[in-house]
Every structure is written in structure tokens, then in C-alpha cells.
Design a protein around this ligand. Structure first.
Ligand code: GAP
Length: 410
């Protein structure tokens, strides 16, 4: 499959099956904005939940945060964004890509910005978290949330959008320990990319040279991914030094320090930042998962999504829709699994082969079919169903009691 074809197939599948729609489509769209349909929102939530679990919840050195999108404009002056968060226009002028807005009414109104990164909400809450939790260094604060950039040229589907989400960690360390923490997060990012099923050979590390690094960074690795439109930045890992805490301490007049009880020293911690975009993750996941093979002499397209990310974990089918006893049994199984597992689909439309194709295309790991043997036509098979695997197409007979365990296992 040609790379260009692959991108077109993914975009068309995403729209047709309710993952991703163009923003404001009925009005001709709004460049750089996208709406996530019923399956897209589930896939996105599964990505965010897995990140939260791996980067925040499963660790004892991490704290979660959900800061406001609109902050005091002084935040963006101190951080350097008002002065430097700009891209060059064609004629050589610089264009600041922060979205401006006004806060308040009439004469009281002040200009502020929609945050272009979630990171500053974390730095602005450093003292709050230290005061509430007294964490020992090293520790980190993680946040998932919207970020906005008035990109001059949004492009490549959801890759470069004007409204997107970030999953960021600011990890605070003693200056002498920054390299250790940098390596630790580098390997955590690789574990993450494995967990979400990215094609290993498509991921590349790029050591960003000094002249290309952001103003705050002493070292940055970009994790690049081979998208169908070229090798592009997927994530960043940066050593932000004590730049941000120092800048906010100066700008706000509030000390943003760490008191080391053992040595009695007050220091400004240094920061390692793994920064991940949700939409670029979603796109890299789709690109890695999209597969075509041949089944029964026909080309089949399917999403080989890891189970944790699949928007639908299993689909339940009655073999025939016009047999009330089959439908009733299938409905009972569907309701039970829906209550325990959650993301379960129902489909009684068309022949079984077509129903398999529909589920394959959205990445449903298994399909469960209820037939006359389930009802005891063959007494040996009473209370068993057919479970069909998305990737291999293999089918096996499984007792109804085993379904719950089968679906909740990895
Ligand atoms: N706090 C650091 C920071 O914001 P960045 O490299 O500008 O660094 C981090 O952005 C990540 O956010 C990128 O690696 C990418 O995953 C995502 N990202 C940035 N701009 C984006 C855009 N216009 N559309 C979609 N994702 C974007």
C-alpha cells in the first residue's frame, strides 16, 4: 500500500466510522480544528487514561493537576511566550501564535491568552503542591489538557491543529541529577510507545541541536515518527533547567524554591519535561494499527489496536435477527458484559461476515456470536458461544461464564 493511499484510507475510515470529523463542517469547516465522534472520543479517552495510569497513577513520585486554560497574562510574560512564542511569516516578520482573548467586561477588560502549553499551569502551581504535600525531590506534576496555537499553516489532518491536547510532566530534580531523570523519562517514553502499539521501526530519536532548541532548553530529544506524509515530531523530551521556576519567581515575587530538610539548603529545582500531544499519539496509533490482509479471497482492512485502546472491546451478535430466542439470549449476554466491561457493541444487521468486517475496521478485538448451539441444539455446546479473534480470524467455542475473564485479561 502506498503511503499516500494509506493516509487517505485512514482519513476516510476515521470520518465514515465516526472517529474524526472536520470542525464546523456544515459551515465549510474551520482550518486546524477537528471534532471527535463517538469512537474517536473513546479512543482519545483510552489514550489519556492509559497515559494517566502509566505516567501519574502507577508512580509514587507523581502528582496530578488540572489547571485553568486562561491564566493571568503575567504568566506568559514571565515565561517568555509573549516575547518569543512566534513563527516567521513569509515576509520575515514574526507572528506570535498565542490566541488572544479578553477577560472581563468594558473598561475592566484585560487581554489574556489561551494557553499554548499546559506546562505553565504546572509551574504556577509548584508552590501549592509543595505546600500541600511536602514531596521530596525528585517528584513530578502531570497534567492533561487543551492547548491552543494559532498555527500559520495547520496541516496533515490532525497532526498540526490549532486546538489540541497535551499530556505533560514537569519533573523536578536536583541540578546534579538531571541526566539520570532525563534517561529515566526517555525509557518511560519508549515503554509508552510500546504499550500503545506504535510500529517500533517508525520511531526515531533526534538530538535537537542547540540553535533549534526552545529558549528554555539545554537538551531536547524529539521522538519522531514516520507518518505517511513524512518523518515528523511526535513528542519532545526537554531539560528545561531552572528557567521556568526562576522566571516565575522573578515575575511574581513569590519564592519558588525547595527546602532540603537534610542539608538545610534552599534551591530552585531543575526540570525534565516529557511532552506528548494527544492527537499526534492518536494519529501515530492509527497509522501503526491500520492493516490490510486477505480473508476468504477479499481484501480486509482492520485496526490492530492494543486492547487497552480499542474503543469497543467486544461485539455481540445473535446469528439471526429474526429468531426471538437467539436475540433474547444474545441480548442477555450483551447486557451482562456491558455492565461489567462497558464498551460492548451490539450488531444484528446483515450476515456474520459483514458484521466481522465492520468490527475489524474499528479495531474491536473480539466478536461473540450466539447461535442455536448456545441454546442447546447440540447439548454438548449448551451455553457456549463462538469467539472470533480480530487479528487471526480464528474462532473458538467458549463457555458464557468465561467471557468476562477473557475480555478483562490483557
Ligand atoms: N511544553 C513543551 C511544549 O509544548 P512543543 O514541542 O511545542 O513543547 C509538545 O509541544 C507536543 O505537543 C509536541 O511534541 C506535539 O506532540 C504536540 N503539539 C505541539 N503543537 C501541536 C499542534 N499544532 N497540533 C497538534 N499537536 C501539537
Amino acid at each position: 500500500m502506498e503511503e499516500k493511499d494509506k493516509m487517505e484510507k485512514i482519513i476516510s475510515l476515521a470520518k465514515r466510522r465516526g472517529f474524526i470529523y472536520q470542525g464546523s463542517e456544515i459551515y465549510g469547516g474551520l482550518a486546524g480544528t477537528w471534532d471527535y465522534g463517538p469512537l474517536g472520543v473513546e479512543l482519545k479517552n483510552n489514550i489519556k487514561n492509559l497515559w494517566w495510569k502509566m505516567f501519574v497513577k502507577s508512580r509514587d513520585d507523581m502528582y496530578g493537576l488540572d489547571a485553568a486554560i486562561i491564566m493571568n497574562p503575567k504568566v506568559w510574560e514571565s515565561s517568555g511566550h509573549v516575547a518569543t512564542f512566534a513563527d516567521p511569516l513569509d515576509d520575515g516578520r514574526k507572528f506570535n501564535t498565542m490566541f488572544k482573548t479578553t477577560v472581563g467586561a468594558g473598561e475592566e477588560a484585560t487581554v489574556s491568552y489561551l494557553r499554548p502549553e499546559t506546562a505553565q499551569g504546572i509551574f504556577a502551581n509548584f508552590k501549592n503542591i509543595v505546600d500541600s504535600f511536602h514531596p521530596k525531590l525528585p517528584f513530578g506534576i502531570g497534567q492533561i489538557g487543551k492547548a491552543f496555537r494559532n498555527e500559520i499553516a495547520p496541516r496533515d489532518f490532525i497532526f498540526r491543529s490549532r486546538e489540541f491536547e497535551q499530556m505533560e510532566v514537569e519533573y523536578f530534580v536536583k541540578e546534579s541529577e538531571w541526566e539520570k531523570a532525563f534517561d529515566m523519562w526517555r525509557s518511560e517514553m519508549h515503554k509508552w510507545m510500546d504499550a500503545i502499539g506504535l510500529t517500533k521501526a517508525a520511531v526515531h530519536e533526534l538530538e535537537v541541536p542547540g540553535e533549534d532548541r526552545a529558549h528554555y532548553s539545554k537538551r531536547t530529544i524529539d521522538f519522531e515518527f514516520d507518518f505517511p506524509f513524512g518523518r515528523k515530531e511526535l513528542y519532545g523530551l526537554a531539560y528545561r533547567t531552572d528557567y521556568d521556576l526562576g522566571a516565575h519567581a522573578k515575575g511574581s515575587g513569590v519564592a519558588l524554591e525547595y527546602f532540603d530538610e537534610e542539608t538545610g539548603e534552599r534551591t530552585t529545582p531543575h526540570v525534565i519535561e516529557p511532552s506528548l500531544g494527544v492527537e499526534r499519539t492518536l494519529l501515530a496509533v492509527l497509522v501503526s494499527a491500520y492493516t490490510e490482509d486477505e480473508q476468504n479471497g477479499e481484501v480486509r482492512a482492520f485496526l490492530k489496536l492494543p486492547k487497552a485502546l480499542a474503543p469497543v472491546k467486544a461485539a455481540v451478535f445473535p446469528l439471526l435477527k429474526n429468531k426471538p430466542e437467539l436475540v433474547a439470549k444474545a441480548r442477555e449476554i450483551f447486557e451482562t458484559l456491558k455492565a461489567s466491561v462497558g464498551d460492548i457493541a451490539w450488531d444484528d444487521n446483515g450476515n456474520i461476515g459483514k458484521r466481522y468486517r465492520r468490527q475489524d475496521e474499528i479495531g474491536t478485538p473480539v466478536c461473540i456470536t450466539i447461535d442455536f448451539d448456545t441454546l442447546g441444539e447440540n447439548p454438548e455446546l449448551l451455553n457456549t458461544v463462538t469467539v472470533r479473534d480480530r487479528d487471526t480470524g480464528e474462532q473458538k467455542r467458549v463457555n458464557i461464564d468465561e467471557l468476562d475473564g477473557l475480555l478483562s485479561s490483557k
